[in-house]
Every structure is written in C-alpha cells, then in structure tokens.
Design a protein. Structure first.
Length: 139
C-alpha cells in the first residue's frame, strides 16, 4: 500500500468527499476519522478483481486498512469475530482457572479441614413419606 506523504488541496477535497459517504466514520471500525489518519479502502480488493471506481472506495483508518489487507469486508469481519471469540474464551478460561486455584488454595490453607468437624448432624426425624419404625419402647 502506498503511504501518503503530503496532501494537496485537490486530494484533500477527494478525501472529504469520500469521508462524507460514511459521515466521517471509519467503514471498518466505526470510529471517527481525522484527515491525518485516513486511507481509502477498496471494498472488493483490486487484487481480487475490484475496480478503482468510487463505488468501490470507502474511508478507513490506516491501521484498519493494514489489518484488512486484501480480504473482502466479509472475510475481514469473520476473522475479527473469530479473534474476539478466541479472546473471550481465553479470558473466561483464565478467570475460571484463577477461581479454581483460589478455592484450592483456601481449602489447603484452612486448618479446620478435618472431615469430622465439617460433618452435619444427622436428623433424627424420618424423611417425609418414609414409614416410621416403631420400637417397643414407643408403645
């Protein structure tokens, strides 16, 4: 991709015209554009047969354009969604892993971890719908 060193008034006019197609918003990331950091992206890359027609050009940040490279918009969005899904899955996994380790550490450091101390008392009453055993002493 060619980098723009200087902008002539003529090319600035073209940039503003293209920027107006998205109201000054980057087509790829949705963030506001400024004139210093704008590049023109071919929606269908020229390497994939896209034209140089104004209908095939949209304003984007230079970083966004570099990330998109020669992918179509759909390919780029799919790749971004896969990256985000992997990042979320890894974040959730690491947080769950930390929680499990914290619980294990608490249990290992707890001096009252003796099973006899943690037993709940047995209920002397029979469970509901369970026949009560009658002893001789009950009569």
């Amino acid at each position: 991709m060619k980098s723009r060193k200087s902008t002539t008034p003529e090319s600035k006019g073209k940039l503003f015209k293209i920027m107006s197609t998205t109201n000054g918003i980057c087509y790829l990331c949705g963030q506001p554009l400024n004139i210093e950091d704008i590049t023109i992206d071919h929606v269908v890359p020229k390497s994939l047969g896209g034209s140089n027609d104004h209908h095939n050009k949209l304003p984007v940040h230079s970083v966004c354009n570099k990330m998109k490279s020669n992918m179509t918009y759909e390919q780029f969005i799919l790749q971004c969604s896969q990256i985000v899904n992997n990042a979320i899955r890894n974040l959730v996994f690491s947080e769950v892993h930390k929680l499990v380790q914290d619980i294990k550490n608490r249990n290992n450091n707890n001096p009252s971890n003796d099973k006899t101390q943690n037993q709940t008392p047995r209920n002397s009453y029979p469970k509901r719908n369970e026949p009560r055993r009658i002893e001789k002493n009950d009569l």
